[in-house]
Design a protein around this ligand. Sequence first.
Ligand SMILES: Cc1ncc(COP(=O)(O)O)c(C=O)c1O
Length: 312
Amino acid sequence: MKTNHLTFQQALERLSSQPLSEADAQYFAMYSTEWDAIVTDPRLMRVPVDDHLVHRGDGVFETLLWEGGRLYNLEAHLKRLQHSASLIGLELPFSLETLRQILADLCETAAKKRFLVRLLLGRGPGGFGVDPAESLRASLYAIAYAAAPPFMERHPGGATVILSKIPPKSGGLANIKTCNYLPNVLMKAEASAAGAHFALGIDSDGFLTESYTENIMAVTQEGALILPPPDHHLPGTTLQRVAELAGKSGMTVLHQKLGPGDLKQMSELLILGTTAYVTSVTCFEGTVYPIGPVARKLSTMLLGDIRGTQGL
Ligand SMILES: Cc1ncc(COP(=O)(O)O)c(C=O)c1O
């Protein structure tokens, strides 16, 4: 049987009569430079196939949480977006003020108490080559979509974590929040195949890096927090904010590389991120940890900060 051809009109009719899928219910609103407008019908949430973001992964992104009536830690996310973009020579298609306005309008349109915003800044449409100069103008897509409850609410027993065999991104690339997430995707698949919740990367010198979309933090027997220096991981906004809150509350915060063997001496092991919040690791490669007092304290601090009931 030969493949169908559709005229423009037939394609529009096909689109408008297409039933919404179950997945579509989680997409609340989207802004795109293609429409230069916000749409709420998921059938219109499309990305051009010749955007280098799509076929080369040439772009950067952020995932932000809307909770407590605002985009949490917005300035840190915008700063990291600009930093990532500058490292790959990409500029916003408009001013930062315009982006702030679009995000505010998008969140108002989504009109939900709690959701995520995925902000994608792409090289833009222009062809199928590898040369970024082919794209005439950067693209921007911002989608408000449903957020699952924090990990510890869904898994009160804590997280099981394995050591990953996937080679991590090299230092430079790991610091950029690029749309090249294949190693991260493979880590997630690796964890799921092993029946674990998360996998931790290990660099060529034998030091732990991060999980697929989360950072790690360890707690010494004396209650000090250890953050691995960001040589081979993304500087997480959650990790940085929690460390800042902990430091201001008088806790000791140390920056130190961690090998898998070092974790055996730790009293608690934590995973942090925009979607993980503060998650307690209760098993890492056979070593068992409690859901301890430090995790509870940091979790309360972070939730208070997100919901605007506690902060600096
Ligand atoms: C690779 C990676 N590491 C760490 C994080 C945690 O960063 P944040 O706390 O800003 O969500 C993310 C977030 O998506 C990530 O993708």
